[in-house]
Design a protein around this ligand. Structure first.
Ligand code: ADP
Ligand code: MG
Length: 466
């Protein structure tokens, strides 16, 4: 036994030397961890993962390992550790791996974000994918799995900001450091609303994680919609054809970059589109490594990773900046109670609900003002605005409540002054809320609303409303 162990250690040392050079070229790891590179050997291989003997005592969950094949070096992440076997999910699919191949421990995956990353589009492994040359690393390396700042030392969230999107600035205004979810079915308008929000000018930096998007949409999002913010934006992209490991890593890399900026005092906007695809990627990885599903097809790790990610956003410790997170959640078949929507809603400071029926009416962005909530709205509104919004919501409620009745001609004008008022004003309010990505952000949403209500029509609209 002793003999065998000595042999293994010797083999490891030999392998470590062989791989020492690769450390610098593949991925980004702390230098100390590149020197300590114990190795093991592939024991079993299956579609989603392989197991390694001889590494269990050295690796931690989330550590990276490397494997050299004929076509280059491949990385994998340790997703499960048993006394004799470590389970590894390959980062990229199609890795040619064989029984007995040597696997080297690389340690925690780290990023060294730098201000020069602004304006760049990178992969989840922080490799440039925009053809603009290599990335320059910053001074400090940060592991992509990190803890949120201690809650008692975090600054408070109390400073409102304007997004330029009227439907949000009026009904669910936001504060710096807030975490907001946008909930809607597919094709309802989440990505478009996110791209409009990404233009908000209250931020020093913007970090965008595009997870599981169609490749075509990525350039559209980055090039067409960001406008002036492009120069202060880092985009981390893992498209739908990339491996679940990369899709799982993209938001983690993005928040690690956001934390770098936050710690140097910046107010950062973090956008994740979509968190559902992140959760689905975690599920794919977990299921491949044998974790049983617990909640309607989702394994438990999904429900621990989601809050861990979102908790890292928010205000930093006193004296640093903040991370305002706006994330999209795809609600399966327009069912707003699916497990991912349910579990994220509870850990957010607000949710914007978008309805397919509004989109079908052409009321873009199809935000439902009655169902959307910003839990920090009170800090962003003035007391007068708060009162006004509560009156507007009552009017909209009246309008919607009586819409069937009015449709069949069952309402006689004059019989309820509130309904009469609603009939007159709500169409104007709805018109004010309409906004497309091609239109400039609104610097004063309440001003626009007041002007429209005063005129009894929306400025610029062709048809005066009856
Ligand atoms: N604010 C908007 N103004 C005009 N059209 C919009 C708006 N938001 C969404 N759309 C339309 O809806 C389509 C789907 O929107 P998208 O944001 O891609 O949805 P999702 O991300 O929810 O799947 C867009 O291609 C566009 O035609
Ligand atoms: Mg989308």
């Amino acid at each position: 036994m002793v003999e065998r162990q000595t042999f293994e250690i010797a083999a490891n040392a030999e392998a470590a030397r062989k791989f020492a050079k690769l450390g610098a070229t593949v991925g980004r790891f702390a230098p100390s961890e590149q020197l300590v590179a114990p190795g093991g050997h592939v024991r079993t291989i299956s579609a989603g993962h392989y197991t390694v003997a001889g590494l269990s005592r050295q690796v931690r969950l989330g550590d990276f390992v490397a494997h050299r094949a004929a076509n280059g070096v491949h990385l994998g992440e340790v997703v499960r550790v048993e006394p004799e076997l470590a389970y590894v999910c390959p980062i990229e699919p199609g890795e040619p791996i064989g029984i007995g191949d040597t696997i080297i421990r690389k340690g925690a995956f780290r990023l060294a974000p730098d201000d020069s990353w602004c304006g760049r589009t990178i992969s989840a492994l922080a490799q440039p994918i925009d053809g603009l040359g290599p990335l320059i690393d910053g001074d400090k390396r940060r592991p992509i799995y990190a803890n949120a700042p201690p809650s008692m030392r975090r600054a408070r969230v109390e400073k409102g900001f304007l997004t330029g999107v009227r439907a949000i600035d009026i009904f669910s205004p936001l504060c710096l450091g807030q975490r907001l979810g946008i909930f809607a079915g597919s094709g309802v308008g989440k990505s478009t609303l996110l791209s409009m929000l990404a233009r908000a000018d209250s931020f020093d930096k913007v970090v965008i994680a595009l997870v599981g998007e169609r490749g075509r949409e990525v350039r559209e999002f980055i090039e067409d919609t960001l406008g002036d913010n492009l120069a202060k934006t880092v985009a981390v992209v893992a498209t739908s054809d990339e491996s679940p490991m990369l899709r799982k890593m993209a938001p983690l890399s993005a928040i690690t970059i956001a934390e770098h900026f936050r710690d140097q005092g910046d107010n950062v906007l973090l956008i994740v589109d979509s968190v559902t695809r992140f959760a689905l990627a975690i599920r794919e990885v977990a299921v491949a490594s044998g974790e049983p599903p617990v909640a309607r097809g989702f394994p438990a790790s999904v429900f621990t990773e989601l809050p861990r990610l979102l908790e890292r956003a928010g205000p930093g410790e006193e004296g640093t900046g903040s991370i305002t997170a706006i994330i999209s959640i795809l609600v399966d078949g327009d069912n707003h109670n699916d497990p991912i929507a349910d579990s994220t809603r509870g850990i957010l400071d607000g949710h914007i609900v978008m309805d397919r029926s509004l989109a079908e009416e052409g009321r873009y962005p199809p935000v439902n003002p009655l169902a959307s909530i910003s839990r920090l709205a009170r800090k962003a509104w003035t007391p007068e605005q708060e009162q006004l919004v509560s009156r507007l919501k009552a009017l909209i409620h009246k309008y919607e409540e009586t819409s069937d009745l009015r449709l069949i001609g069952g309402y006689r004008p004059g019989s309820d002054p509130d309904v009469d008022m609603a009939i007159k004003q709500v169409p104007i309010i709805y018109e004010v809320l309409k906004q497309t990505p091609g239109q400039p952000p609104s610097p004063d949403a309440f001003g626009d609303l007041a002007a429209a209500l005063r005129n009894g029509a929306v400025p610029g609209a062709n048809q005066p409303r009856r």
